[in-house]
Design a protein around this ligand. Structure first.
Ligand code: NAD
Ligand code: WQD
Length: 356
C-alpha cells in the first residue's frame, strides 16, 4: 500500500475519497487550507475508517497539514518530511481548488491563482521530489455547451467561464508536462459530471458555505426546512419536462472512481489518461425534486423562474472509456443518491457546524 498526498482532502469529494483510500489500506497526508471545508469532516472520516481505536497509529495512517498549495515552502517540506520518515509520497490526488462558477466570473484572478498557480506549484514540487503519479480533479465544465449527448472525452474543450478556463489550462499544463518526459508521468485527469449525495452513514457530506449554487444541496436545504423554496431555472428547455438535464453521480461512486484510477496509474506504464466520470444517465431538475421528496418524505416547493445565464439544456457523460480502462461504472442511481443525501442533511441540518 502507498503513502499518498491528498490536496483538498477535507472537502466534499476529498473527504469521501480519503475514507475509501484508508479502507483500501493506503496511508494519507491531507494538505488543506480549510478555505471551503472543516477539519470536522476528517475527524469523522477517521471514525468511519475505524482508526480512532488505534491511537498513535491513526496519526500514521492520516496526517493532517493545514497549508496552501501555492506555498512552495510548505509543499517542499511535505515531500521532504515524508521521505525522511521513510515513507516517501508515491502519488498525489489533487482536489484542492476553487469551484464556484459565478464567483469565478467575479474574481478571475483568485481562480487562476488558486487553480492554475496552485497546480503549477504542486507539480513543480512533485517533479523535484521524483513523485510523478497524479490523479487530477477536472470537470465536465470544460465541454461548455456540448453538441453531442452523451459527451465523449473527444468532444471539443470550450469552457465558457473563468473556472472552466482555469481547469482547461491545468489539463493543458499536464499534457505539456507528460509530453516533456513521456516515460515518467502517470497522470489521470478525471472529468467529473455532477457529484452529489453523501456517505450512507450520513456522517460526511456536502457542506456549502452560504447559499448553495448547485441544485442538490439547495433541494436538500429546502427539504430540511433551512430554505423556503427552490427556484427552477427555466421550464422551457428542449427536454422531456422543460427543465435542465444533468448526469448526477453519487459521491461514493466518484470516490471509487479515484481508487480505480489510482490503481491503474500505479500499475500501468507512464501515460496521460483523460476520463469522464459520470453515470451516462440524465435526470431533469423536476426528477431530482421528486426523487428527493420520496427519499425524505418532505415536500420541496418550487417556482419555475427564468433560465440561469451560462446553463446548457442537457449535459450527460459517455462513461464508456472509464469502464473500458478502469472497469469502473456507477453503482447508485438517483434514489440511492437522494436517500444518502437526506441521511446527511437530516442528521446535520447546518452541516459540520452542528454539535455532535
Ligand atoms: P470542495 O471545495 O469541497 O473541496 C476543495 C478543497 O480544497 C476544500 O477542502 C478547500 O478548503 C481546499 N482548498 C481550496 N483552496 C486551497 C488552497 N489554496 N490550498 C489548499 N487547499 C485548498 O470542492 P469539491 O466539490 O470537493 O471539489 C474538489 C475538486 O473537484 C475541485 O478541484 C473542483 O474544482 C473539482 N470538481 C468539483 C465538482 C463538483 O461539482 N463538486 C465537479 C467537477 C470538478
Ligand atoms: C444543475 C441543474 C440548473 C440550482 C455545476 C458547475 C460545473 C460542475 C458541477 C464543478 C441545472 C438547475 C440549479 C438551482 C436550478 N462543478 N438549478 N435551481 O450547473 O450542471 O454544474 O456543478 O466543476 O462546473 O457548473 O450544476 O447543480 O448548479 O445545476 O434549477 O437553484 O439544476 O439550471 O439545470 P451544473 P447545478
Amino acid at each position: 500500500m502507498s503513502q499518498l498526498l491528498i490536496t483538498g482532502g477535507a472537502g466534499f469529494i476529498g473527504s469521501h475519497t480519503c475514507l475509501v483510500l484508508l479502507q483500501e489500506g493506503h496511508d494519507l497526508i491531507v494538505l488543506d487550507d480549510y478555505s471551503n471545508s472543516s477539519p470536522v469532516a476528517l475527524e469523522r472520516v477517521v471514525a468511519l475508517a475505524g482508526l480512532q481505536a488505534s491511537g498513535e497509529r491513526s496519526k500514521e495512517r492520516l496526517q493532517l497539514i493545514q497549508g496552501d498549495i501555492r506555498d512552495i515552502t510548505c509543499l517542499e517540506k511535505v515531500f521532504i518530511d515524508a521521505r525522511n520518515a521513510g515513507k516517501p509520497i508515491e502519488a498525489v490526488i489533487h482536489f484542492a481548488g476553487l469551484k464556484a462558477v459565478g464567483e469565478s466570473v467575479r474574481e478571475p484572478l483568485r481562480y487562476w491563482d488558486v487553480n492554475l498557480t496552485g497546480s503549477r506549484c504542486l507539480l513543480a514540487a512533485m517533479n523535484t521530489h521524483g513523485c510523478r503519479t497524479l490523479v487530477f480533479s477536472s470537470s465536465a465544465t470544460l465541454y461548455g455547451y456540448p453538441k453531442d449527448e452523451p459527451i465523449p472525452e473527444s468532444a471539443p474543450i470550450q469552457p465558457i467561464n473563468p473556472y472552466g478556463h482555469s481547469k482547461a489550462a491545468v489539463e493543458q499544463l499536464l499534457h505539456d508536462l507528460a509530453s516533456s518526459a513521456p516515460n515518467q508521468w502517470r497522470i489521470a485527469c478525471l472529468r467529473y459530471f455532477n457529484p452529489v449525495g453523501a456517505h450512507p452513514s450520513g456522517k460526511i457530506g456536502e457542506d456549502p458555505l452560504g447559499t448553495p449554487n448547485n441544485l442538490f444541496p439547495f433541494v436538500s436545504q429546502v427539504a430540511v426546512g433551512r430554505r423556503k423554496s427552490l427556484q427552477v431555472f427555466g421550464g422551457d428547455w428542449p427536454t422531456s419536462d422543460g427543465t435542465g438535464v444533468r448526469d448526477y453521480i453519487h459521491v461514493m461512486d466518484l470516490a471509487e472512481g479515484h481508487r480505480a484510477a489510482l490503481d491503474c496509474m500505479l500499475a500501468e506504464p507512464a501515460q496521460l489518461l483523460t476520463l469522464n466520470l459520470g453515470s451516462g444517465q440524465g435526470a431533469s431538475v423536476l426528477e431530482v425534486v421528486r426523487a428527493f421528496e420520496r427519499a425524505s418524505g418532505r415536500p420541496v416547493p418550487y417556482d419555475v423562474v427564468a433560465r440561469r445565464n451560462g446553463d446548457a439544456a442537457i449535459t450527460v457523460a459517455d462513461p464508456a472509456m472509464a469502464f473500458q480502462r478502469l472497469g469502473w461504472q456507477t453503482q447508485s442511481g438517483l434514489d440511492e443518491i437522494c436517500r444518502d443525501g437526506w441521511a446527511w442533511q437530516s442528521a446535520n441540518p447546518t452541516g459540520y457546524s452542528d454539535q455532535e
